[in-house]
Design a protein around this ligand. Structure first.
Ligand code: HEM
Length: 404
């Protein structure tokens, strides 16, 4: 299938499809390929926004905060409008100079030496978990590995307790909120309702546990180093941005490695390829598969097309990571590839602040399994969890064989 262009919106090809339909969300690859072939930019009339699917344009749009702001929200709806249901993120949804100030605070509490200091604890937890998994022989790669591991190590680093049910409800709402007000978003809003009180009461100076970077933020607020109100807002941003994304990356890697036994074997022979494996997983399965920018008040240019001012622009990160204009054999999972130029962490001023943490978690848990498991195989049907913007697995049955 390919799109037949019958009309244009101010010179931009119109594609009358729903990027958030259940079928497209389930298997987006064919839609991405067709949309990339339409051109550098298209217009989606049902939502009244532009859409970018090619690598060069997505990368440019992520970085160009002057022409394409996040201050109107990282999702489809305009958070500046009065009827919007949530406040702006204090870091993702602000432009400089405010963004620069907040990012400075944030970079301090998760500076590389701080994150490197977590390695021992993260490794110990991974080794323990891998011993338990190996004893079982069969397990679920999402529930028993990705979710269990991330929920053990990451909230502890912040100084919070969060269980699986709470994490899934908050994550579903957060990422469904990037898309339109469809069935997925309405269901997520309903599912999160019982946890809202817990959410608001647990992210406070009095309830945060000592030893994590949540404490650093609240102490900083008390001494005036961190602006008032910022500690709670940043702590909740970390939780919203740092759980589902890393769970997705670990789950997707186990899925890709189990379904490509030659790559598992290669990684066992050459464990130094773990770094590439992380990037290649993020390229193949971008945890945040889409988000939005908004054009500034005046028109802007993208690859020779004029985009009207004050319009939402959807960025398809997943499609950009599979663009054959940028990647050789883009649909092949190849851990010898240097995929570090993927767009899954964004780039420019809003580039992911938690990359080191994500890589540390991934390294520790995949390495612990790699050391023990000779063969990793799928042990039943694999299912993704439907979401407007988060590409993540729900079920990943795995079977392992140990070394003789
Ligand atoms: C594999 C895991 C992760 C992925 C794929 C990911 C992806 C992203 C992306 C795409 C952005 C840019 C958003 C934009 O340009 O609009 C971003 C920003 C951000 N991420 Fe991550 N993230 C991951 C892990 C984490 C973790 C563990 C944390 C926890 C600290 C985190 C915290 C943040 C923050 C605070 C920002 C906002 C940065 C800013 O606006 O200056 N992320 N992330």
């Amino acid at each position: 299938m390919s799109f037949e262009i019958k009309e244009h919106y101010e010179g931009v090809p119109v594609v009358d499809v729903d990027p958030f339909s259940p079928e497209t969300l389930r298997s987006p690859e064919a839609f991405w390929a067709d949309l990339r072939d339409v051109g550098p930019v298209a217009y989606i009339p049902r939502y009244g926004n532009y859409i970018l699917s090619r690598y060069e344009e997505v990368r440019q749009a992520q970085a160009d905060w002057r022409a394409l702001t996040t201050a109107a929200g990282a999702g489809m709806s305009d958070i500046r409008k009065a009827d919007h249901w949530r406040p702006a993120s204090v870091i993702v949804e602000v432009d400089p100079p405010r963004h620069t100030e907040v990012r400075k605070v944030l970079n301090k509490v998760i500076a590389p030496p701080i994150v490197r200091g977590w390695r021992e604890r993260f490794e110990e937890d991974a080794q323990q978990m891998a011993d338990q998994l190996v004893a079982k022989g069969r397990f679920d790669g999402v529930r028993d590995v990705a979710e269990a591991y991330v929920l053990k190590v990451f909230p502890e680093s912040i100084g919070l307790d969060i269980n699986r049910e709470q994490a899934v409800a908050v994550g579903d709402l957060n990422f469904n909120g990037i898309g339109p007000k469809n069935e997925l978003l309405l269901q997520a809003q309903e599912k999160v309702a019982p946890f809202l009180e817990w959410w608001h009461s647990s992210i406070k100076g009095e309830t945060i546990k000592p030893g994590g970077f949540g404490e650093l933020l609240f102490n900083g607020e008390a001494t005036g180093e961190v602006p008032k109100g910022m500690a709670g807002a940043l702590t909740s941003t970390f939780l919203r941005g740092g759980l589902d994304t890393t769970i997705s990356s670990i789950g997707s890697a186990l899925w890709l490695l189990a379904s490509h036994p030659d790559q598992w074997q290669l990684l066992k022979e050459r464990p130094e390829l773990l770094r590439n494996t992380f990037d290649e997983t993020l390229r193949m399965e971008s945890p945040i598969s889409t988000n939005f920018r908004t054009t500034a008040s005046g028109p802007c240019q993208i690859s020779g097309f004029t985009l009207q001012g004050d319009k939402k622009v959807q960025l398809l990160l997943g499609a950009a990571n599979r663009d054959p204009r940028r990647w050789d054999k883009p649909d092949t999972f190849d851990i010898t590839r240097d995929a570090s130029a993927h767009v899954s962490f964004g780039n420019g001023i809003h580039a992911c602040a938690g990359q080191l943490i994500a890589r540390l978690e991934f390294d520790c848990i995949i390495k612990a399994l790699l050391q023990r498991v000779a063969k990793l195989e799928l042990d039943g049907p694999v299912r993704h969890r439907p979401n407007n913007a988060l590409r993540t697995l729900e079920t990943l049955p795995l079977r392992i064989t140990l070394h003789a």
